[in-house]
Design a protein around this ligand. Structure first.
Ligand code: SAM
Length: 233
């Protein structure tokens, strides 16, 4: 099973262990890869839609892994019981949906060792959410895949607090280690925001002024993260 660079990075985040659960498994590639490599002894692959789940079921059968990968039609974590999985992966979805799945899956918070999360939007809000609900981010990684950027985080039960808002928005761990992919992303963002700033600067409607204030805040966050990375060299 060949994984995309994004899924491969997510797979690397799953600790060797007993059972992993994949929420929103879609094609089932992640559990198939992990079980085939014996990185985990078993997997529970779940999806809310019957179409993707049956695709995953067929793929599992092709690899002959029916005895080690269980498929469940389920919304979020509803069909998972405490103690059933050491690691839960929730990837390939927007941040608001991942937060909703986490909130509705509170019964799993304490028994799951690692939460491997890869929100594709509102990533700063995800980090704030984790802090507020008693999770701590152990490590993070960032990957560029087919022209898009993806963040992957390993969250465990614990406490965390960052001093700067840019650390929530862009990831304290990534900033600390001067992550090259984050640096590329921030440089791109800086150019994009600067271009937008110049375009909007030509208008003086109320809406443009509000957008301008928003852009300035975003530019400050990007610059804050880049400056902090500069200090880490
Ligand atoms: N996790 C895979 C990945 O990262 O490549 C697949 C991501 S795919 C874009 C999103 C999948 O999540 C879809 O198969 C969708 O049906 C499923 N999904 C969306 N909402 C869900 C929910 N509430 N519970 C479980 N699965 C959900």
């Amino acid at each position: 099973m060949n994984l995309s660079p994004r899924l491969k990075k997510i797979a690397d985040f799953v600790p060797d262990g007993r059972v992993m659960a994949d929420v929103g498994t879609d094609h089932g590639h992640l559990p198939i890869y992990l079980v085939s490599l014996h990185k985990v002894t078993g997997a529970i692959a779940m999806d809310v839609r019957p179409g993707p789940l049956s695709r995953a079921q067929q793929a599992v059968a092709v690899y002959g892994l029916q005895d080690r990968i269980e498929l469940r039609l389920a919304d979020g974590l509803a069909a998972l019981k405490p103690g059933e999985a050491d690691t839960v992966v929730i990837a390939g979805m927007g941040g608001p949906l991942i937060r909703k799945i986490m909130e509705e899956g509170q019964h799993m918070w304490d028994s799951t060792g690692h939460w491997i999360l890869s929100p594709q939007s509102e990533i700063g809000e995800m980090r704030h959410w984790l802090e507020k609900h008693g999770f701590s981010i152990l490590k993070e990684d960032m990957v560029s895949d087919a022209g898009k950027y993806y963040v992957i985080m390993d969250a465990v039960r614990g406490s965390m607090h960052y001093d700067q808002e840019y650390e929530y928005v862009y990831g304290r761990e990534l900033i600390r280690e001067n992550h090259p992919v984050l640096r590329d992303f921030l440089n791109q963002e800086r150019t994009k925001l600067h271009t937008l700033h110049c375009k909007i600067g030509a208008h003086d409607s109320k809406r443009s002024l509000a957008r301008m204030t928003e852009l300035e805040r975003e530019e400050q966050l990007v610059q804050g993260a880049l400056d902090a990375m500069g200090r880490n060299i």
